[in-house]
Design a protein around this ligand. Structure first.
Ligand SMILES: NC(=O)c1ccc[n+]([C@@H]2O[C@H](COP(=O)([O-])OP(=O)(O)OC[C@H]3O[C@@H](n4cnc5c(N)ncnc54)[C@H](OP(=O)(O)O)[C@@H]3O)[C@@H](O)[C@H]2O)c1
Length: 276
């Protein structure tokens, strides 16, 4: 019995030693931390992230979270005043920041945004396609202009920005493209026709681009939040205990970018715990 225990003990310490050795190899790599050691230097120091639609709401919370993780952050939006306020908050964290007024539904704006980000901060390793808008009501009552506005802002924008960053990510052998979809990209409801079309489209785009790019070490993932307390569609007037906060979505982004390199969290569905 004593001999058996000694053998078991020897085996266990061997396993522990091997586990520690694996930890030592993985921890120093960028983008490889599973749990963040808050006392060490920020894990994304030297990493460049571009967050679209970061002048307020979810995009601003994501940009702040990435800056807290040490990333240099580029942000865009169309409202100059709100964008300047986001930029100031990011700078308070000591993050290198680039901000540009840009309409992400316009190819020219997106190309300029990506080129100028690269020139100001370096090559982009994390792209968060967040910019978007909501427009609801019976689809048969909507105009062609409304269809174009929603589809171009919510779906075409992700195509334009992803296509602009992908070649450099391919060259560098990795990156994260994170698309902010919605539970409306998974469900149908009356009055949701145009918005759901944009988000279901974004789900399809994300899944196909994920297959195109995973061989290059690039993860294209999608986050599908339920109701989030932002200015979007007046959600900020709801009971805050029954909606998500923008920081909850930022936390999901953190989960994606801090995975180990062999892991691919392809979709996160995020709901308020308590039903409205
Ligand atoms: N809030 C929710 O309940 C909820 C739930 C699920 C998913 N989402 C998605 O989350 C994303 C962010 O929504 P949010 O709740 O944070 O909304 P929000 O508070 O209205 O913020 C939207 C952001 O997108 C920007 N934006 C919109 N169209 C743009 C364009 N064409 N070019 C550049 N920037 C543009 C806005 O900036 P400017 O106005 O300055 O251009 C703003 O910074 C959207 O894709 C939305 O569909 C939201």
């Amino acid at each position: 019995m004593g001999e058996l225990l000694r053998l078991l003990d020897a085996k266990m310490s061997f396993a522990q030693k091997r586990w520690q050795a694996r930890g030592r190899i993985q921890m120093p790599q960028k983008n490889t931390v599973n749990t963040l050691d808050r006392n060490s230097s920020p894990p994304f120091h030297g990493t460049v992230a571009l967050v679209t639609g970061a002048s307020r709401g979810i995009g601003r919370a994501i940009a702040l979270r990435l800056a807290k993780l040490g990333a240099a952050v580029s942000i865009c939006g169309r409202d100059a005043q709100a964008l300047t306020a986001s930029e100031a908050e990011l700078k308070k964290l000591g993050a290198p920041v680039y901000s540009q007024i840009a309409d992400v539904s316009q190819s020219r704006d997106v190309t300029a945004l990506v080129d100028k980000t690269r020139a100001a901060l370096g090559p982009i390793s994390i792209l968060v396609n967040n910019a978007g808008l909501g427009l609801f009501g019976p689809t048969h009552e909507k105009t062609e202009a409304e269809w174009d506005r929603v589809l171009n802002s919510n779906l075409k924008s992700a195509f334009l920005a992803s296509r602009a960053v992908a070649p450099t990510m391919i060259q560098r052998g990795g990156g994260d493209i994170i698309n902010i979809s919605s539970l409306a990209g998974r469900n149908a409801f009356a009055g949701g026709g145009i918005y759901c079309a944009s988000k279901w489209g974004l789900q399809g785009l994300s899944a196909c681009m994920a297959e195109d790019l995973r061989g290059y070490g690039i993860r294209v993932s999608v986050i599908c939040p339920g109701s989030v307390a932002t200015e979007f569609s007046g959600h900020n007037r709801k009971d805050p205990s029954k909606v998500l906060s923008p920081e909850d979505v930022a936390h999901a982004v953190e989960m994606i970018v801090t995975q180990s390199p062999q892991s691919f969290l392809s979709e996160i569905q995020l709901r308020p715990l308590h039903k409205p």
